[in-house]
Write a protein that binds this ligand. Structure first.
Ligand SMILES: NC(=O)c1ccc[n+]([C@@H]2O[C@H](COP(=O)([O-])OP(=O)(O)OC[C@H]3O[C@@H](n4cnc5c(N)ncnc54)[C@H](OP(=O)(O)O)[C@@H]3O)[C@@H](O)[C@H]2O)c1
Length: 312
């Protein structure tokens, strides 16, 4: 099969062996795979795949059609349309996934676009709902709102009937954020709607000082992205006096079992909403996988709105 591979920080399209379908795995013919910041870091040699995951094939999320099911799987058959998260290897013509980490794509959803669903919506749901416990009526700030995770977070927060402020530095993205149910602001204006009960940090350390001063009492900050820096100086007096809680998380390194817990919640809470058209997948660009280099360049160019997909 063909796959996107990294060698010496270069992107190649390479002939690689097909993956083995274990007894608890699904073998999936990939339809599309989203590009994520983790792939960019892996290309630069900074974020190696976890043990047991192909080291040279990037890709954390995909959509596709099941071609084979392991004998110890349940709930899936050949021909099923699926999406899922993996530790790597999704940017290839075939992939295997533990059946507990896969989700059925509703018939109402375009299978190409579904390749941009899992990493963004699962990350956003996990951070806002499972970690930060976002509640109806609360005020939430999403920093980095025009990216894949940000748009998903805005959508989920708006569906929860919270008051959503979406910070995005390109004013041309603000109308789209408004359509999703948020009040858009430029990063320099986030204080105007403070205090916030919850802050979702997708940009990095440069925002942390402001996040804490804009936090309400008993507020929560969920740190998910550090593309603009991992370090920050924060005033611990404010952390104490506001009874603040700061969470952090990564999805990739979690065990299959831990991911399955999140996938199970997504199966009952997110997939019905996806089916009803309430979880839009905003696509900034679709590229044939042979054009992976252009796709990666497009992902890394500031100003995109939503996901970049590789189509197989
Ligand atoms: N922890 C996890 O499990 C997990 C899972 C998925 C993603 N992530 C991380 O979460 C972050 C967001 O992911 P994503 O897929 O949404 O990425 P993305 O699509 O590239 O979006 C990132 C957004 O942040 C904005 N941004 C970047 N630097 C900024 C700055 N200095 N000031 C203001 N805005 C800035 C970008 O704007 P421009 O277009 O102008 O650059 C873009 O809109 C990434 O760092 C990613 O690595 C973590």
């Amino acid at each position: 099969m063909k796959a996107v591979t990294f060698k010496n920080q270069q992107i190649l399209i390479t002939e690689v062996p097909e993956p083995d379908c274990g007894s608890e795995d699904l073998l999936v013919k990939v339809c599309s795979a989203g590009i994520n910041a983790a792939d960019i870091l892996q290309k630069r040699g900074l974020y190696p795949a976890p043990a047991g995951i192909p080291q040279n094939i990037p890709g954390l999320e995909f959509s596709g059609t099941v071609v084979k099911v392991g004998r110890k799987t349940s709930g899936f058959s050949p021909g099923d349309r699926v999406t899922g998260i993996v530790g790597g290897g999704a940017q290839a013509e075939l992939i295997t996934i533990h059946y507990s980490n896969a989700l059925i794509v509703p018939d109402s959803v375009n299978l190409v676009d579904a390749g941009g669903f899992s990493e963004t919506y699962l990350t956003a749901y996990d951070a806002l709902v499972r970690q930060a416990g976002l509640q109806m009526g609360e005020k939430v700030l999403i920093n980095g709102a025009a990216g894949g995770v940000g748009l998903s977070a805005v959508t989920i927060a708006a569906l929860l009937n919270t008051r959503v402020t979406a910070s995005a530095r390109h004013v041309e993205h603000h109308q789209h954020l408004k359509t999703l149910g948020a009040t858009p602001v430029l990063p320099e204006d986030v204080s105007k709607n403070a205090p916030y009960d919850v802050v979702l940090e997708l940009v990095g350390g440069i925002n942390m000082e402001q996040n804490i001063s804009n936090l309400s009492d008993d507020g929560r900050i969920s740190v998910i992205g550090i593309g603009a820096g991992a370090k920050s100086e924060i005033d611990l007096r404010l952390v104490m006096s506001k009874r603040a809680r700061i969470f952090g998380s990564t999805l990739r390194a979690r065990t299959t079992q831990s991911k399955a817990g999140l996938i199970n919640e997504a199966r009952t809470k997110l997939i019905p909403l996806l089916d009803q058209g309430k979880l839009p997948i905003t696509i900034a660009g679709r590229f044939d996988f042979n054009e992976a280099e252009s796709a990666y360049e497009s992902f890394s160019t500031p100003g995109k709105l939503g996901k970049i997909l590789l189509v197989f």
